[in-house]
Design a protein around this ligand. Structure first.
Ligand SMILES: [Zn+2]
Length: 142
């Protein structure tokens, strides 16, 4: 049986600060009003802990699409590969922004599989990014 552990407000603040208050996957800014949650990188059902090492800030939609998944399909090779792990991997090693900043580009099988599994170039996100660019809060500098 799964046990949900209470996560303190202090730990949540630390995790949000570590992520620069952006989703660890799609990099959407919390300050734009995007609802954020704490994602278990290794899901509880797979034995992941509710601690700093296994929690990352994620927007609600990335967290929902990720669910209990730890792998996704790289549409280029067809291979099933591990999804991006924001604590063990650097975002820029696996993703880049398109020249206009609207789309995420997968640089690796892991990046491509994460984009496909979490729908990181959905119409909604592209429209939101268009507005965030006008507001000067997208794409993130790092
Ligand atoms: Zn997200």
């Amino acid at each position: 049986m799964l046990t949900r552990h209470k996560i303190s407000a202090t730990l949540r603040r630390q995790i949000a600060a570590r992520a620069g208050s952006r989703c660890s996957y799609c990099r959407s800014p919390e300050l734009a009003g995007v609802a954020m949650v704490l994602d278990h990188i290794i899901p509880l059902i797979a034995g992941g802990a509710s601690d700093s090492a296994n929690l990352c800030l994620a927007c609600y939609r990335c967290n929902e699409f990720k669910g209990a998944r730890i792998e996704g399909q790289d549409l280029q090779s067809g291979a099933s590969v591990p999804l991006f792990n924001p604590h063990l991997q650097a975002w820029r090693d696996h993703f880049a922004w398109s020249a206009d900043g609207l789309r995420m580009i997968g640089r690796t099988p892991c990046g491509r599989a994460t984009i496909a599994t979490l729908y990181l170039n959905s119409d909604w996100l592209i429209q939101a990014r268009r507005i965030w660019i006008m507001a000067g809060i997208h794409p993130p500098l790092e």
